[in-house]
Design a protein around this ligand. Structure first.
Ligand code: ADP
Ligand code: MG
Length: 363
């Protein structure tokens, strides 16, 4: 594709797919002002949004410094997604003080004592390219580094557990049946090789090499290796107390940080992630809740999505992104904003939003 053809294609997408943020913010003058190597780099970043016109963001960073290097193109997209005006300065702040705001859903209604809670943060090791630009050797080397860190966690009675690899022929390799069981249990990530957004970006290349998952003995602290980001670090528990969940993640994250090379960060955007939607806190905190009334028993998410949006929440199906609601109206709700909000603000938004939806469900 010549630059002229590419630009023509982006204008077509802008008309047909107004939700595609890459096409919405593509700046022809800026693109043409770049030298050839820089143009090629930028083309690779936005390729997923060109090949997949229905993309929401339409770009994946390939290297940690892409956000600074290509800020004239990426910054407006980032602001648009995260709802930050052009005049507002972005400076990611962090706050993990779980003591400041008790967020126990079980105190609102005893029926919320058994909701399934999950909070994950995305992290990337600064010395490697991001997953879209890694080669097979780098993927395997990163997995080795991570496995060494997990070996230390496993020795620690506060964590214990095991590392499961899906890299063919390695120690800790699990078979297909065990992999499927872990996916169904909502622990392990899905087969990435069939995801067209990840394929075009190169993020799913070399599948399943360099991929795996650490699970603690109590199965409440987990780490994905080699998915959309180098690491997705998460706490998962049943029960409505978000403070307990967040505290588990904070402690696990601090331990891992000490055991691994420095993570990629940016003063402006906080934690650097493959997808610009995850910048900042890199955090998605979600609840699996049954909302049969608001979803016509899971058949129709239209009303729930509308109500959730006004509360700053996104709705996913019970099987994760791009899935449908589960039996009894089981859905995944999570605050949409990750950039310019602290970790504790995200927890508070999830708590307040869930309480509001629960009140609507029972009205
Ligand atoms: P992310 O992209 O934030 O890592 P996905 O939407 O890809 O999350 O989902 C990953 C997995 O986590 C899926 O199996 C999903 O069902 C599961 N999951 C998400 N939230 C929860 C939750 N609150 N309780 C249990 N499982 C969850
Ligand atoms: Mg995902």
């Amino acid at each position: 594709m010549t630059p002229d053809q590419m630009i023509a294609r982006i204008w077509t997408i802008r008309k047909a797919n107004p939700g595609n943020l890459m096409a919405r913010h593509f700046d022809e003058d800026y693109f043409r002002s770049l030298d050839e190597p820089a143009r090629q780099r930028l083309e690779r970043i936005i390729k997923t949004g060109i090949e997949n016109p229905d993309s929401q963001m339409g770009a994946y960073a390939m290297n940690p410094d892409d956000y600074d290097r290509f800020a004239p193109m990426l910054d407006p997209m980032i602001r648009d997604f995260h709802g930050i005006s052009a005049e507002t300065e972005i400076a990611q702040k962090h706050d993990w003080d779980t003591g400041a705001s008790p967020c126990d859903l079980g105190a609102i209604d005893a029926r919320l004592k058994e909701v399934s809670m999950r909070v994950r943060v995305a992290r990337n090791v600064g010395s490697f390219p991001l997953p879209g630009a890694m080669n097979k050797e780098q993927r395997v080397a990163l997995e080795k580094l991570a496995a060494q860190a997990f070996a230390r966690l496993i020795e620690d009675p506060a964590f214990g557990g095991s590392y499961f690899s899906i890299t063919p022929g390695t120690a800790n390799e699990i078979d297909a049946a065990e992999y499927d069981r872990r996916v169904k249990a909502h622990q392990m990530f899905k087969d990435m090789s069939t995801d067209r957004y990840l394929n075009v970006a190169g993020i799913s290349a070399d599948w399943p090499h360099g991929r795996g998952m650490y699970v603690s003995g109590a199965e409440d602290f987990l780490v994905w290796v080699g998915e959309e980001d180098h690491l997705r670090i998460m706490a998962m528990q049943h029960g409505g107390n978000l403070n307990v969940l967040f505290e588990r993640l904070r402690i696990g994250l601090e331990c891992l940080q000490d055991l691994l090379p420095a993570f990629a960060t940016s003063p402006r955007y906080g934690n650097v992630t493959s997808c610009p939607t995850n910048l900042g806190a890199g955090m998605r905190a979600s609840l699996h809740m049954r909302l049969p009334g608001l979803t016509s028993n899971g058949r129709d998410l239209t009303r729930l999505k509308r109500e959730a949006k006004t509360l700053g929440l996104a709705v996913r199906g019970a099987g994760g992104e791009h899935s449908d609601a589960g039996e009894g109206g089981l859905v995944d709700i999570s605050p949409s904003a990750r950039l310019g909000v602290t970790e504790m603000e995200i927890m508070r938004r999830l708590y307040d939003g869930a309480a509001a939806l629960w009140a609507m469900e029972n009205a």
